[in-house]
Design a protein around this ligand. Sequence first.
Ligand code: FAQ
Length: 346
Amino acid sequence: MYTQSLDVPDGDAPGKPALKAVARPLSAADAAAQAALQTRFDERIDADAKIEPQDWMPEAYRKTLVRQISQHAHSEIIGMQPEGNWISRAPSLKRKAILLAKVQDEGGHGLYLYSAAETLGTSREQMLDGLHSGRAKYSSIFNYPTLLWADVGVIGWLVDGAAIMNQVPICRCSFGPYARAMIRICKEESFHQRQGYESLLAQMKGTPAQRDMVQDAVNRWWWPVLAMFGPPDADSPNSAQGMRWGIKRISNDELRQKFVDATVPQARVLGVTLPDPHLKWNEARQQHDYGAIDWDEFWATVNGNGPCNQERLATRVKAHTEGQWVRDAALAHAAKQRARSLKEVA
Ligand code: FAQ
């Protein structure tokens, strides 16, 4: 049920029978033209040039991008929920204002990303239908609950921290619209990470109960955050081709390692313990060793059976349904404006 496959429309007009694509053998001239396009595409990829929506691209490249960008957009939109739960309960006006801005930013990221995916010929409706029907994937991390106020700070510190580690390399993605969207997104994620860390620093300077609350949140989020980088390289079916196409620049395991190495000193400054008895500096590797990730839990969550999957999807579908009147009103307003400007021209 949880697959990222997207149907590509046949381009048929409403009310007319669908035109099904029928494979026909390529003529020698067509085959030569096709080969020339492929060669030019490969040369551009090898030269680290950007591919733009109007450029020819292999169908598999287009599908891979639609899969990854739409999954990324869905993650941002579903990712509004865990922290959104705390907007009405933030402990001060300052924290409420920061959290409101952050959750709105995540919504904005989703919109840039849906727009980037639309340049590849898929529609917003198709993507949303994939999400709402449960066919599309979104990041596993957003299926965990935010039980305490400290969870909000830990999401900023660790989840946004992991997102930055994964997304900065995507600013150099070969597909122009995705790369450009990521530049702005990464700047905003950086603010998100810092506000989370700063909130946790304030809590760690508070009472013993506040410090316990932060430690409890770190204990619950650490392992799901490490899993968020995706399966080990050896079990990552999309990595090799994604790297070849310059969509993915650094592998899942390498990014995970960079994240662990960057986070250990931050945890020390904060005064929390990362919940992994195997976490230690390896002098020979000049990197940290860390314990085994529970991949069964990861796949159960990816496949719809994590702690909050059903709740997240139901909340998303309800919000979309209840927002129908806004979309209707916007369309009616646009139609009215169009009619008025046509009248003025006449
Ligand atoms: N969750 O072969 P690979 C954020 C799937 S945004 C669910 O390694 P790939 C901001 C993967 O899709 C967080 N599924 O795949 C924020 C594939 O399935 P498919 C989202 C996962 O594409 C912060 C299968 O496993 N970020 O946090 C996950 O080469 C705070 C095999 O995997 C992005 O989307 C997972 N964690 O690498 C918002 C970044 N990992 O599609 C609110 C862009 C893997 O073949 C609050 N995406 N899978 O059926 C990427 O960099 C890549 O797509 C990866 C996966 C690294 C996620």
